[in-house]
Design a protein around this ligand. Structure first.
Ligand SMILES: Nc1ncnc2c1ncn2[C@@H]1O[C@H](COP(=O)(O)OP(=O)(O)OP(=O)(O)O)[C@@H](O)[C@H]1O
Ligand SMILES: [Mg+2]
Length: 275
């Protein structure tokens, strides 16, 4: 019974990012680095939002603040109306590097994240972990060690590990950036399928325009120094989306042109983002 409940979809969360600013002291410069400047963004339940922008525009900083790994200097993040002050199992993070434990096999890596779910019995934990490994296509690799896996397989394990505690929000920081084009394309398909099946709210960081258009319901365009949202693009292409379709390429060109309008260091007033 417990297991059935565990494997059901939890209702996805809504996120409200309200006027978040963050600066870092810089060793190289006398002035602090203004990583984020009054960034506001509402993400509805089950939405897939991509944060897009050049290096240094504050994407990871914002994701870390949503995860509760970093504190904002001012402003706040609300998850289902409650202020985020620390990491929680309802908001799981996935990074560019899989950050798996090399001394554990695939199954134990996924089981590790289930320690966040104290209500489950040992056998149930195992069944939950196995079901997520199946979801990401790794049912035959339970006992492989991390060094035996390809880059794409490692990211699949990392995805299963992030999904296993059944979070309401998935935060992804360039999770496919280090992969070859073919593996990445497969993962775009898998992630879209999993997102539709498992009904998560996803905030996905990337600097790859086509990736953002392939995955996002909305693409938020950031500019750096200070990090601000400049424009948003609603992507209404049917799913599953094909990275190589003409329509997708056309949308990506529009966004790429916008990206070029915000050169480094230019200061423009922040955009008020409303849905
Ligand atoms: N812990 C830190 N200490 C000092 N400066 C930092 C720290 N974290 C981020 N920064 C600075 O804040 C700015 C935003 O960094 P952030 O990592 O959020 O950018 P990003 O958009 O994720 O870039 P990338 O695409 O390269 O990952 C950068 O100028 C960076 O140098
Ligand atoms: Mg980053």
């Amino acid at each position: 019974m417990m297991l059935q409940t565990e494997l059901q979809n939890e209702a996805p969360s809504k996120l409200s990012i309200q006027g978040v600013s963050k600066s870092f002291a810089s060793r190289e410069r006398d002035k602090p680095v203004h990583a984020l400047d009054t960034v506001s963004l509402d993400v509805v339940e089950g939405e897939f939002v991509c944060l897009l922008g050049p290096s240094g525009c504050g994407k990871s900083t914002l994701l870390n603040i949503i995860a509760g790994l970093e504190a904002a200097d001012s402003g706040q993040v609300l998850c289902d109306g409650a202020a985020v002050i620390e990491p929680g199992r309802e908001r799981m993070m996935m990074f560019q590097e899989s950050a798996l434990f090399p001394w554990l096999d695939v199954l134990d890596n996924v089981l590790f994240s289930l320690r966040l779910k104290p209500g489950l019995k040992r056998k149930e934990r195992r069944e939950v972990a196995e079901s997520y490994l199946k979801l990401v296509g790794l049912e035959k690799f339970h006992h492989a060690f991390v060094h035996e896996l390809s880059g794409g397989m490692k990211q699949r394990v990392a995805l299963a590990r992030a999904l296993a505690p059944n979070p309401r929000v998935l935060l992804m920081d360039e999770p496919f950036a280090a992969l070859d084009a073919l593996t990445r394309e497969q993962l775009y398909g898998d992630l879209q399928r999993i997102w539709q099946e498992r009904k998560k709210t996803i905030v996905f960081v990337t600097h790859n325009v086509r990736e953002a258009v392939c995955l996002g319901d909305r693409v938020m365009l950031f500019s750096p120094h200070p990090g601000r949202i400049q424009e948003q693009f609603k992507i209404e292409l049917p799913r599953p989306r094909d990275l190589n379709s003409v329509d997708l390429a056309r949308q990506a060109m529009t966004i790429m042109a916008a990206l070029k309008r915000y050169p480094r260091g230019e200061t423009v007033p922040p955009m008020e983002v409303a849905r």
